[in-house]
Design a protein around this ligand. Structure first.
Ligand code: RB5
Length: 143
């Protein structure tokens, strides 16, 4: 499983910390930027990560902006992409199990780093349940 990361300036520090966590836990990842705390536009990074997810089925994404809101709004406008803005571990787990989300979004200015790491771990270690009711619900908004 490959992981694509993106952030704007508001999420840059959290993304850097998540990369350290991913390396320490032997995950393979690609950082698609941004690469400093200079002000940038979050839609550019959300679109790029969303496109990579579609090009590489089975891959997962992490998007971080100041609140997580802008990143999730943009990623969810890309057809076929399901991005989940999470603020606790249960949400991160359910995002995979019930919603089959491919991208998790965090707010670098509102969420502690250690909580983001715990949420990321839940997101990466859980899988879509594949249960009929969840497939049906996803199909209702994918088509
Ligand atoms: C940037 O200042 C901020 O608006 C952005 O990081 C994000 O929070 C948007 O949703």
């Amino acid at each position: 499983m490959h992981i694509y990361l993106g952030s704007d300036h508001g999420g840059y520090q959290m993304k850097e910390g998540l990369k350290t966590w991913l390396s320490a836990n032997s995950y393979e990842f690609t950082d698609l930027g941004c690469f400093s705390e200079e002000s940038v536009d979050y839609p550019d990074y959300a679109k790029e990560v969303a496109e990579k997810i579609l090009e590489n089925p089975g891959s997962l994404g992490v998007l971080v902006c100041g609140t997580g809101l802008g990143m999730s709004m943009v990623a969810n406008k890309v057809p076929g992409v399901r991005a989940a803005m999470c603020t606790n571990e249960f949400m991160a787990e359910m995002a995979r199990e019930h919603n089959d989300a491919q991208i998790i979004c965090f707010g670098g200015r509102v969420t502690p780093q250690d909580l983001a790491e715990k949420m990321l771990e839940k997101f990466l270690k859980n899988e879509f349940s594949g249960e009929e009711r969840h497939k049906r619900r996803i199909e209702k908004f994918e088509s």
